[in-house]
Design a protein around this ligand. Structure first.
Ligand code: GDP
Length: 429
């Protein structure tokens, strides 16, 4: 059994507020609480959580605060350890005194994510769920919250357990065939029985991967680079979407010299918009830096908004940009539809779906509709799935996969991976 040190931390924000919550978790929780609480606790252990009103007192029996204790008994707690949550008054002097006192009695200040780490080691959460807690706290949209809650559910634990069992069964079957080939041809088994089973597993993994990617979009936002020749209306579009003057709009070409990054929430779809300096030839040194950064924005983007100008004809500058992005995921947007059309597309683009907008007049309906559709379908479906297996697979590869699945479910662990997951976002959960 894994013996964990007793840790404590303020789990609400370190600001003055009505109530603050301090958590203490580990084998020494009750011995410590007994020393700082002014009345006896219920007999240890209890089956159900207990709510107790009383006072926190220091060694000189001076009252520090009136508090409510919510007592949990292992393994029935978030961390799987004995846990007490102290609801105290949210004055930081009070909070600090209580934390200090608990540490004097033997608890250590919890590091970032250390409560979740305890929960993980005690089999209360798998890595997907631990990550979902971070996502749940930070989701920038309601959809993101829903998705994180979905991933947190025991169903995700079950999905992983099913994959793990199936993988183990396949490995066992192969090994039996290697050890006792007279029972069945190894070739036969690999080709006819094992591959379909493995491909079914891959399908399940692809669903999990898709859910994960979707969660990433909802957490981090879809990165959108807005590109187009100078004066096509990139900054105006950014401002129209954000409904604020984030980018400087002017009729002078080359006004936007750096990348402007802005978060934007379209009916629950978080987007990170990257307005770029425009991709064009220039002799201006500062502008050149902007152009280089535009290229970097293109590399980072999940999707590119390629803006063209309805009031000007298609020219070499448009062609150059098209050449740079034609292999990428881009959306063709005709801006300035309020003006007389002088635009004639080259034939290569005639089959491409277009969104027609007027950024200046806030006429963005077609674009918003397209973003929603992209988010719901194509973009997610276009994510590269794990390819199906068509050749023989080495048993060793399956054993490696099995080990990795066990790491996800928490049955084995890799310290580096844990550090990344549990220190995500500088906080203690
Ligand atoms: P950028 O260089 O691509 O960022 O272009 P700007 O956003 O700075 O816009 C260049 C010029 O085009 C400005 O004078 C804008 O007011 C104008 N403009 C932008 N969008 C529209 C539009 O939808 N219709 C019209 N008529 N003018 C627009």
């Amino acid at each position: 059994m894994f013996l964990y040190k007793t840790i404590t931390s303020l789990v609400t924000a370190p600001i003055t507020q009505n109530i603050a919550l301090i958590r203490i978790s580990g084998s020494q929780t009750y011995p410590i609480i007994n020393q700082v609480f002014d009345r006896p606790l219920p007999e240890y252990p209890q089956k159900k959580p207990q709510l107790i009103f009383g006072k926190i007192v220091n060694s000189q029996k001076e009252i520090i605060d009136e508090v409510l204790l919510l007592c949990f008994y292992k393994p029935n707690s978030f961390t799987g350890e004995d846990v007490v949550e102290i609801s105290c008054h949210g004055n930081l002097f009070v909070v600090n005194q209580i934390l200090q006192l608990i540490q004097e009695k033997g608890a250590e200040l919890a590091k970032e994510g250390e409560f979740t780490k305890q929960a993980f080691f005690n089999g209360k959460l798998n890595l997907i769920q631990a990550n979902s807690i971070n996502d749940l706290i930070r989701a920038p949209s309601l959809e993101g919250v829903k998705l994180a809650l979905h991933n947190l559910s025991p169903k995700s634990q079950q999905k992983l357990a099913d994959i793990e069992n199936e993988l183990l069964d396949i490995i066992a079957t192969i090994k039996v065939n290697i050890d006792y080939p007279e029972y069945d041809g190894v070739e036969y088994l690999t080709g006819k029985a094992v591959l379909p089973r493995l491909n079914k597993l891959l399908e399940k993994l692809n669903t999990i991967k898709k859910d994960g990617q979707k969660a990433r979009f909802y957490q981090e936002g879809l990165k959108v680079a807005i590109v187009g020749k100078p004066n096509v209306g990139k900054s105006t579009l950014l401002n129209a979407l954000l409904q604020e003057e984030k980018a400087i709009v002017s009729p002078v070409a080359g006004t936007t010299r750096d990348i402007i990054e802005a978060r934007y929430n379209l009916n629950g779809i978080p987007l990170t918009l990257l307005d770029t300096a425009g991709i064009h030839e220039t002799q201006d040194i500062v502008e050149k830096i902007g152009v280089t950064r535009s290229y970097q924005a293109l590399e980072k983007a999940d999707i590119i908004f390629f803006l063209v100008d309805n009031s000007r004809s298609w020219d070499k500058k448009d062609s150059n940009i098209y050449q740079k992005i034609k292999e990428k995921n881009f959306l063709l947007i005709i801006n300035k539809i309020d003006e007389l059309s002088k635009l004639k597309f080259p034939s290569i683009l005639s089959a491409k779906k277009v969104c027609r907008i007027s950024a200046k007049n806030q006429q963005l309906g077609e674009l918003e509709k397209e973003i929603k559709e992209l988010f719901a379908s194509d973009l997610i479906n276009n994510l590269s799935p794990y390819p199906y297996l068509s050749q023989n697979v080495a048993c060793g590869d399956l054993e490696t996969s099995y080990k990795l699945v066990k790491e996800l479910s928490g049955k084995e662990y890799n310290e580096d991976l844990l550090d990344i997951i549990f220190t995500f976002g500088n906080h203690t959960v």
